[in-house]
Design a protein around this ligand. Structure first.
Ligand SMILES: C[S@@+](CC[C@H](N)C(=O)[O-])C[C@H]1O[C@@H](n2cnc3c(N)ncnc32)[C@H](O)[C@@H]1O
Length: 207
């Protein structure tokens, strides 16, 4: 039952939530910042692909454990004006050389990666010294009352949402991995319940 939900229903839900235009508005703010050789954590159904600045991109390698979402990404991959490949795997273990990547992009994914510290360590390992982690992620709200509800509801939410945490302190976790956050902006996403809609957008350097 769990596997039917995870293999068939969850990928459908993830795609149909993430394709909403308000997510598109957020993608537009961060994805064009990616440059050169790009790794995208949790590429999902490839919804970021139309937002890359094609003239700035050498290649995009997506990594995601969901083969079902990769199937949904195929059409967008075919339409991209730059080479794209999708690896079925986990951001916690990147099959890439040290200091070989210019940009790691993550949108709405750091909430879900099971061992986030390991994935961020991998991002830092593969990034060139002048590379950047570019992110747009929902996480722990700064309002105490919202954060309290996020902490309460997280154990109920997580199993139904494919392991998504409502309450990860995204900037703190990025800093704990050794990155220096050089740009950071946070706000509630419009028309979204606060518990799932407090967004952190920014850029971090591997240091
Ligand atoms: C909410 S979806 C976001 C998808 C996409 N980034 C977007 O913005 O539309 C979260 C994604 O994280 C992926 N994911 C889960 N565990 C992961 C892991 N260990 N490494 C990489 N991606 C992972 C899921 O399969 C899913 O595609």
């Amino acid at each position: 039952m769990k596997s039917f939900y995870h293999d068939h229903i969850l990928p459908y839900l993830v795609h149909h939530v993430c394709v909403h235009e308000k997510f598109g508005d957020e993608r537009r703010k961060v994805v064009p910042r990616a440059r050169g050789v790009v790794v995208e954590f949790g590429m999902g159904s490839g919804l970021n692909l139309p937002f890359y600045e094609a003239s700035e991109v050498v290649s995009v390698t997506g990594i995601d454990p969901s083969a079902q979402l990769a199937q949904k990404a195929a059409a967008r991959m075919g339409q991209a004006d730059f080479p794209v490949r999708m690896l079925t795997g986990s951001a916690e273990k990147l099959p890439l050389e040290d200091a070989s990547v210019d940009s790691v992009l993550s949108t709405f994914t750091l909430c879900t990666i099971p061992d986030l510290a390991a994935a961020l360590a991998e991002a830092r390992r593969v990034l060139k010294p002048d590379g950047a982690l570019i992110f747009c992620e929902h996480g722990l709200a700064e309002d105490v009352s919202v954060a309290r509800w996020q902490n309460r509801l997280n154990p109920i939410w997580k199993p139904f949402a494919g392991g998504c945490h409502l309450n990860r302190d995204i900037p703190a976790l990025i800093r704990a991995a050794g990155f220096e956050i050089t740009e950071l902006d946070s706000s509630y996403m419009e028309d979204t319940p606060g518990i799932g809609g407090y967004l952190y957008r920014g850029l971090a350097r591997p240091g």
